[in-house]
Design a protein. Structure first.
Length: 377
């Protein structure tokens, strides 16, 4: 049963596994030092959840900010990719030690998991990560997950821990993902606007909900904004996971949100199977297939993607790579695994089976993207 109210977050029978994401601006002060008092209160809340029989996975930013302060790097360690990677290398040790020490005071053990985009995009590596998380939670350990920024580049990275938290939620079999933010939740317009109102419940992400999201982090320390949080909600909802945004600036932020019933809950509208949830949550397609209106209707009816419905092919990809399927206006319709590489897709796009056979020199495959390897978005 999907979580539909904030008070369900602390009920073990409703929320057995919870993923908690903490951004850099909450964990580290402008001088690059941990916000010790705030962290002490948050860890006490995590310990209370464990006492109630809940398991918690922490997705923690802060490595670059901590490392940059120790190395005295400009712009918080983000002046260049090399600075960010060096800062992350130093900061990851400090961050792991910080969480370990705080949790140990409550008799809890911490485990560090550093992941890259490919660890959750490639199926076998995803299953390995999922298995590790499951075993750690079974052992009563608190996994502390972060993107491995010491090796990540702009081309192969999540770029924000909001979407990472949603993907970790899928891998961990979570019931809810809680994003601690610098605002109370999703506002119906820019939160700087005095007339902005909190959207308390979102029953499925729609174009109007996406339009409410305002990109950019106000702190200057983080890399995500409300856009990334809504994207994270879309990933979570495909797996039947509730995603919650609450204001993390208060001491004991979860208790504060529950007491004042203040936050935004994205209630999942579907629960795809494990493989489809993983497929729908992938965020790095190798290419794009633009399809016609007839094809869109067929896909909505459960059909596979045939070459005849493809109008244009963008990108370079191999057979088995993830591709995004979009309409003529650029709106994503579905995504799935391609049965052909990009060069072959271009050659047969818009062609019927007989024409495809003539071009290929052999009988074509049944589809460019088979429905069993595709998920509607």
């Amino acid at each position: 049963m999907a979580i539909k109210a904030l008070n369900q977050l602390t009920e073990a029978d409703q929320c057995k596994v919870l993923v908690l994401k903490i951004g850099s601006a909450l964990l580290v002060d402008p001088a690059g030092e941990p916000r010790a008092r705030w962290l002490t209160g948050l860890v006490a809340e995590i310990a209370e959840m464990h006492e109630r029989g809940q398991n918690v996975v922490v997705v923690s930013s802060g490595a670059i900010a901590l490392g940059a302060a120790r190395l005295k790097l400009p712009k918080g360690g983000r002046a260049s990719l090399a600075d960010a990677q060096a800062a992350a290398s130093v900061g990851q040790i400090a961050l792991a030690g910080l969480w370990s020490d705080l949790l140990e005071k409550h008799g809890l053990s911490a485990a560090q998991m550093l992941v890259t985009l490919d660890d959750l995009e490639e199926r076998r590596r995803y299953l390995n990560a999922s298995s590790t998380l499951s075993r750690l939670l079974e052992a009563g350990v608190v996994p502390v997950v972060n993107e491995n920024d010491s090796v990540a580049t702009e081309e192969i990275r999540f770029g924000d821990n909001d979407r990472l938290a949603a993907r970790v939620g899928q891998a961990a079999g979570a019931d809810a993902v809680v994003l601690l933010s610098d605002v109370d939740g999703l506002m119906d317009r820019n939160p700087e606007d005095p007339d902005a109102k909190l959207v308390e419940i979102v029953n499925g992400v729609t174009p109007s909900i996406r339009a409410m999201a305002d990109g950019g982090s106000r702190s200057g320390l983080g890399s995500g904004g409300m856009v990334s949080k809504v994207q994270a909600a879309e990933i979570a909802e495909r797996a039947g996971i509730a995603l919650v945004i609450v204001n993390g600036q208060h001491e004991r932020p979860i208790a504060h949100a529950l007491k004042h019933s203040r936050g935004t809950i994205f209630v999942p509208q579907r629960q795809d199977g494990a493989r489809r949830a993983w497929l729908g949550g992938r965020i790095a397609p190798g290419g794009t297939l633009i399809v016609d209106e007839g094809c869109i209707s067929a896909l909505a009816g459960g059909a596979s993607l045939l070459a005849a419905g493809i109008v244009e092919v963008d990108g370079v990809f191999d057979r088995g790579d993830l591709v995004s399927i979009i309409d003529g206006d650029g709106c994503a319709i579905a995504q799935g695994l391609a049965e052909y590489d990009s060069e072959t897709c271009r050659a047969i796009s818009g062609k019927r089976q007989a024409q495809q056979a003539e071009i290929l020199g052999h009988a074509p495959r049944s589809a460019v993207v088979h429905r069993d390897q595709m998920v509607m978005l």
